[in-house]
Design a protein around this ligand. Structure first.
Ligand code: NZQ
Ligand code: ZN
Length: 360
């Protein structure tokens, strides 16, 4: 049984789960203290317990960090060597323990996908680990478990969810089915996040957010489309690897800058920005004197939404400077899941640095 820094002890979930496991006659070994932006050191510690105790399955009780670390633990428990090997080379994952999850936050969708993200603080790298062997066997989603998520994490989770859907929205060959699902998910985040913030125990709001976030990374949102290399995530993970910032907050700062950069570099992508304005933010074409004005209003609506959540106006507010931007761009080129030649508007290293600088 894996969990994070103690939220499940404070809100009673730990006792509930332990009672169920005891009643089922399970012998339970625990790994606690999994960090946000989970470290590979936690993964190695978990794999060690699994190997030494002959653990049969892993039960992750927590958020994306706990679930991600647990996926890596499941793989590393069946591998003879350090877990980081598996992050660097997914083809080395030949077996994995079965993973069960009890998700406690609407955010990553890790409960319903086959990937995780692991940080190596020594090498300043935050990289994905993925394999078809890492899909959770069963994930429990009870919206009431997210009532205790604090406001800042509710906000970060919603911004993360929104980014997952934007990553597969701003693609060249968006399919109509994917488009409908994505636009609905974005509207859900925009509508229900403020309600959950005002009224944390609002079941409907928590349920809507949890269900939408669960569909963020499992492929449903790119049904019929080629898919995406998740460029905003690639950039944010670099920033997190250096500065340990909250994933969703980093994404919310970067997203409008990236979208504006793409439109500026290749105005032929404008139609998707019209969709953003009309289908997601509900703006009406006839109320604007030109398509450009409508697009600008859509981007402004997105920026205003983030600002209404209290997202910092730039990375510099988080103490970040441009010191490592060139290294980040270079690192993405060699280690990310796909080339930036294939994002919505192809990007060079200089382009990545430009977006980072505009995000300061
Ligand atoms: O650690 P505890 O004490 O449990 O507290 C956590 C943590 O402080 C708290 N929290 C979670 N559920 C709670 C709660 N507090 C009170 N009540 C609850 N019910 O929230 C804090 C953040 O938890 P964390 O697990 O880090 O959040 P999140 O779910 O946003 O996960 C973020 C990590 O997932 C990765 C991110 O990069 C980041 O490392 N991602 C994973 C993805 C995937 N597997 O598909 C995709 C995402 O794009 C993302 O990259
Ligand atoms: Zn994310």
């Amino acid at each position: 049984m894996t969990y994070g820094g103690g939220s499940i002890k404070r809100n009673g979930l730990y006792d509930l789960v332990k009672a169920e496991l005891n009643a089922a006659g399970c012998t339970v070994f625990e790994l606690s203290g999994i960090e946000p932006n989970p470290r590979v050191t936690s993964v190695d510690a978990g794999a060690k317990i699994c190997k030494e105790q002959g653990v049969d399955l892993v039960l992750a009780v927590g958020g994306g960090s706990t679930m991600d670390a647990s996926k890596a633990i499941c793989a590393a428990a069946c591998y003879d060597g350090p877990a980081w090997d598996l992050v660097l080379d997914h083809s080395k994952i030949k077996a994995a323990l079965p993973l069960f999850t009890i998700n406690t936050i609407a955010a990553t969708g890790s409960e319903y996908d086959s990937a995780g993200v692991i940080t190596n603080w020594d090498t300043k790298e935050k990289l994905p680990i993925g394999s078809s062997l890492l899909w959770p066997v069963v994930s429990f989603l009870d919206p009431s478990l997210t009532y205790t998520v604090p406001a800042n994490q509710t906000i970060a989770g919603s911004c993360d969810m929104m980014s997952h859907f934007f990553e597969v929205y701003f693609v060249r060959d968006l399919s109509p089915i994917a488009q409908g699902l994505i636009e609905a998910a974005e509207r859900i985040a925009i509508t229900y996040t403020p309600i959950a913030l005002k009224d944390p125990k609002n079941y409907e709001a928590r349920a809507k957010l949890l269900w939408a976030s669960t569909l963020g990374c499992n492929g449903f949102a790119n049904l019929g489309s080629t898919g995406s290399i998740f460029p905003c995530h690639a950039i944010e993970h670099e920033v997190s690897a250096y500065y340990d910032i909250t994933h969703g907050i980093g994404l919310a700062i970067l997203t409008p800058r990236l979208l504006r950069f793409w439109l500026e570099k290749d105005p032929s992508v404008a139609p998707r920005y019209v969709d953003l304005a009309t289908n997601i933010f509900g703006l009406r074409r006839e109320n604007y004197e030109s398509e450009a004005a409508l697009i600008e209003a859509g981007l402004k609506a997105l920026e205003d939404f983030y600002a209404s959540l209290g997202i910092p106006s730039g990375l510099s507010k988080l103490g970040i400077t441009n010191e490592h931007f060139a290294a980040m761009a270079e690192h993405i080129k060699t280690h990310w899941i796909g080339s930036f030649d294939y994002c919505f508007v192809p990007m060079t290293n200089e382009d990545i640095v430009t977006v980072l600088e505009r995000s300061l």
